[in-house]
Ligand binder design. Structure first.
Ligand code: WTA
Length: 655
């Protein structure tokens, strides 16, 4: 790890304005330190108090944390609640007529949904699911366009105690099939089509294809939301329209009262092996994580207009669209489209139109918008903004400064939030009225989050030295297990190297002299492409499944806008292709990967070789492949390489 010390030196400090600090939910570093002291003095008491303050319980818990079966921790285990009740019912008296969702469709059409409307929609759809036989504990796969119905479907599952598994609408039939099969889903909810950037994708046809791949016998019904007028090609007894399902359903639905430890959802994410992991989240602890971070990190105020640009297919869309903002009673913008359609001022005109106060997006979107029109924000009135956020990958200081000055008018704090699918909620981020920010650093752990940076032996590393990012105490919104694979959960996140005591995040990081944390990147074979997690092994398995391919290795390469791009080294069963042949096969392989996993996993670059650089014991030397991809000089020791001549060939063969 000694070799990965960061070269980034960034000393500019941006404290919150006095005005922001004075009004903030946590005000000043004194406020932050007081919370940390409280957590340190009485960890269970600290979380117990927050859980009583921010969550409505049907039956209050008597015990906060149970560590008996570590690392299978239990939080608030004898408490009883329902998350949909917390997101809807509890707001009806005070906020029934308040707008819950300002939905803006791809074509710009706007629909306002009040808390009472959303409550009715969720109850009717929940009753619809019940009429299909969906019960507490059943799994429901949601493969839908980003929009009000996707949120409704998630909330309806939560209401009746069904466990949802949302599959991002950009994933392919193969990826959808794997997720349906792994969770043995009873119902799949989809739409005839999605519309993004003016283009449609036939979700229903992809769902049919997933079903035809086999292994989906658990599915008893496919509910289809009609997003466009185009009729699906196929329609059979398994299918039912969303609008037919809710027809005549009662507009009230008694929530299913859940134990705090009952699973709320599964969300699949890439790891370092070929098979995505079903990250299982709890009801009580997860929901608390979303609420406490809405309050602290997003400094939520009753009059805010909050906008998180993620898709519900990712964890950010779960915690900071479907649950966090609704739980706290916010008005939020939900946007169906893409930042560059009809042009690169879409975000800025939406902020102006809806008077957005709190804006949360990804560094990759910021970088692409700088490139496509760095001056465009200036043409819009963005004075409603008071807080900005980023998530998904490290933000480079240049992009940070642009976001701060051009979008935020140098008055809005930026919360750079580090967290993961597994952590459920923000973990390391500045509290915006407290911590002075530094461009590129996610700053300090939240109160009650015991983050540390350690070496191979688990000992904390000194300031400035790179190490492994770990969390040394359980926290309420943490992953509970990997669906159906508790051993993998233990091995991946609580490895024996640290006596099973530390949660290993899979990121490397370092602390600077102020104790600020800088995330350096993944330490495992996971790529971060446009803020999306992709397993190199997953892409390799997809490539090798192609009949032409004998062997494949995938690495990441730094990319200006996407953060990382995908480079695939491929050995064919036949001779190494050249010229037009190579181009044709590369195109075919890209389409193949898009079909097997989804477009987001397509290799940006393919290099054909007679073989791959391997050690004498047969291990692929990925470090060399990374150097070649970058076009960097190979300084690494190649003496263990069995076939050194291959390096020149691979260097010359980029397509
Ligand atoms: C990376 C997304 C630097 C990190 C919420 C992590 C970040 C992975 C940041 C999780 C950040 C996320 N700064 N890196 N602010 N936020 N990451 O599960 O490598 O899709 O492990 O969750 O994204 O990705 P995931």
């Amino acid at each position: 790890m000694g070799t990965i010390d960061s070269v980034l030196k960034e000393n500019r400090l941006f404290p919150p304005t006095d005005d922001f600090r004075v009004k903030a939910n946590v005000s000043g570093m004194d406020g932050y330190n007081a919370l940390c002291d409280k957590a340190n003095a009485d960890y269970a008491g600290f979380w117990g108090e927050l859980a009583r303050e921010l969550v409505s319980w049907k039956t209050p818990f008597t015990k906060v944390l149970n560590e008996d079966n570590a690392p299978f921790f239990k939080w608030f285990e004898d408490g009883v609640l329902n998350v949909s009740y917390n997101c809807l019912d509890r707001h009806l008296d005070a906020r029934g007529d308040k707008t819950a969702i300002i939905f803006e469709a791809d074509d710009g059409a706007v629909t306002n949904v009040t808390y009472r409307d959303l409550y009715t929609r969720v109850c009717q759809f929940a009753n619809g699911l019940k009429s299909l036989g969906v019960q507490k504990g059943d799994r429901v796969v949601i493969y839908m366009p980003h929009g009000v119905e996707a949120v409704t479907a998630m909330q309806a599952c939560a209401r009746i105690g069904a466990i949802h598994s949302v599959v991002f609408g950009g994933f392919s039939a193969g990826a959808l099939r794997d997720r349906i099969q792994d969770a043995a889903a009873k119902v799949v909810i989809t739409a005839n089509e999605t519309v993004r950037g003016g283009k449609t994708t036939p979700l229903k046809a992809i769902t049919d294809e997933a079903m035809s791949l086999g292994g989906c016998d658990s599915v008893q019904k496919i509910v289809v939301f009609q997003r466009t007028q185009n009729a699906p090609e196929k329609w059979d007894a398994l299918n039912i329209w969303w609008h037919d399902l809710i027809q005549g359903q009662a507009s009230e639905c008694e929530p299913e009262w859940m134990s705090a430890e009952d699973p709320l959802f599964i969300l699949y994410t890439s790891g370092s092996t070929g098979k995505p992991k079903g990250i299982q989240h709890s009801t009580g602890g997860y929901f608390l994580g979303t609420q406490v971070t809405m309050k602290w990190v997003f400094d939520y105020k009753e009059n805010d207009v909050y906008w998180c640009t993620a898709d519900v297919g990712w964890i950010t869309g779960h915690s900071y669209i479907a649950y966090g903002p609704l739980g706290i009673g916010a008005t939020q913008v939900v946007f169906e489209g893409v930042p560059t359609y009809p042009d690169a001022s879409r975000f800025w005109s939406m902020i102006e139109k809806h008077k957005v106060t709190t804006f949360y997006t990804a560094p990759t979107a910021i970088r692409s918008l700088i490139k496509l029109g760095g001056d465009l924000p200036k043409k819009h009135d963005l004075s409603s903004l008071r807080l900005l956020g980023t998530v998904g990958e490290p933000i480079n200081p240049e992009a940070w400064m642009w976001y701060y000055e051009v979008v935020g008018g140098s008055r809005c704090p930026i919360v750079d939030t580090w967290w993961q699918t597994e952590t459920g909620a923000n973990m390391i981020a500045p509290l915006p009225g407290a911590a002075p920010t530094k461009p590129g650093s996610c700053t300090l752990p939240l109160p009650g989050i015991m983050a540390d940076i350690v070496d191979e032996s688990g000992a904390p590393v000194e300031a400035g030295k790179g190490g492994f990012l770990v969390i040394s105490k359980p926290w309420p919104s943490m992953v509970r297990t990997i669906w159906g694979d508790p051993d993998r959960f233990k091995k991946t996140y609580f490895p024996e190297d640290y006596n099973g005591k530390l949660y290993l995040a899979g990121d490397s990081a370092h602390r600077d002299e102020n104790g600020y944390i800088w995330i350096m990147g993944r330490i495992d074979d996971v790529l971060n492409v446009s803020g999306h997690r992709l397993g190199t092994m997953e892409i390799e398995s997809a490539l090798v499944a192609n009949p032409l391919v004998a062997e494949a290795a995938v690495v990441g390469k730094p990319h200006d806008i996407k953060g990382e791009s995908v480079v695939a080294y491929v050995v064919l069963k036949n001779a190494r292709p050249e010229g037009d042949d190579a181009k044709r096969i590369a195109k075919e392989l890209r389409e193949w990967v898009a079909h097997e996993i989804g477009k987001i996993a397509q290799p940006d670059e393919i290099r054909f070789g007679d073989n791959l650089p391997k050690t004498r014991s047969g291990k692929i030397m990925r470090r060399l492949l990374r150097d070649i991809a970058k076009g960097a000089e190979i300084t690494a020791d190649t003496s263990t390489l069995e076939n050194p001549a291959i390096l020149d060939q691979l260097r010359q063969s980029a397509i």
